[in-house]
Design a protein around this ligand. Structure first.
Ligand SMILES: [Cu+2]
Length: 248
């Protein structure tokens, strides 16, 4: 009996090892069985590359190289209508441009490296990401690439009002040689100062001082055309207290 049992084990092993019906394909879901007479094994697999194919598939469209987007000018009125030039690479005729969530108008691709477009209107000013999208090539974002800001009327001092909801407006445009008034209409003190926190070295003249609720302060005089970012020194991570002062 011992000998017979061993013999039966060998027979079972032989069946399991492949003497049974079709051990290939290993998974019943790997290949669907078509109707009789239409089976073609090779239809289920992509053909191997043909080294003699005279028409290889085209290269995918080139992505714009990251870090090369430049928007000129980088600011304009809240009402929109600013004609901007966007420099980059890999632009094609169907390229689209967004300012924040709103598409630009009159997008014209002059060549692979140059686009002109007109800014849409902004709801409340401030800066938005500029997104350039190439069909089937992806999108490239320039964070905070365009700032909406209205310039103070001649003879008027630009004012940033601190409200419980944040700084209003988010950005101002001033002429070189002028300063900015800061009014604290929030119920708590604020201390606006230049980026970066905590050294405040970008634009030291941007400090408006520690302002109690209801108080008004002024920055120093801005002499150099440039853009100065400011924040609340006592709450430096909160975007609501961040503004830009653009000196032209
Ligand atoms: Cu600070």
């Amino acid at each position: 009996m011992r000998y017979l049992a061993a013999l039966a084990g060998v027979a079972l092993f032989a069946v399991a090892a492949g003497c049974g019906p079709s051990a290939y394909p290993s998974s019943p879901t790997a290949v669907s069985i078509p109707a009789a007479g239409t089976f073609d094994y090779y239809d289920d697999y992509p053909p191997p590359p043909d080294p003699y194919d005279p028409y290889p598939p085209p290269e995918p469209p080139a992505m714009p190289a990251p870090g090369t987007l430049v928007v000129t000018p980088d600011h304009g009125p809240i009402a929109g209508g600013t004609v901007v030039t966007i420099s980059g690479s890999g632009f094609v005729p169907e390229t689209t441009v967004m300012f924040g969530a709103v598409p630009a108008t009159a997008v014209t691709v002059l060549d692979a490296a140059t686009i002109t477009a007109v800014t849409p209107a902004s709801f409340d000013g401030g800066w938005v990401d500029v997104v350039v999208a190439v069909p089937e090539g992806g999108a490239l974002t320039l964070p905070g690439g365009f700032t909406y800001a209205d310039e103070a009327a001649p003879g008027q001092t630009a004012t940033i009002t601190i409200t419980p909801a944040g700084n209003m407006p988010k950005a101002v445009v001033i002429a070189a040689g002028s300063r900015v008034r800061v009014v604290n209409n929030d119920a708590r003190p604020h201390d606006l100062a230049s980026d970066p926190h905590p050294s405040h070295t970008d634009c030291p003249e941007a400090a408006a001082g520690f302002l109690l609720p209801g108080a008004t302060g002024h920055t120093g005089v801005f002499m150099t055309p440039r853009t100065c970012g400011i924040h609340d020194h006592n709450d430096p991570g909160t975007a609501a207290w961040m503004s830009k002062i653009i000196i032209r």
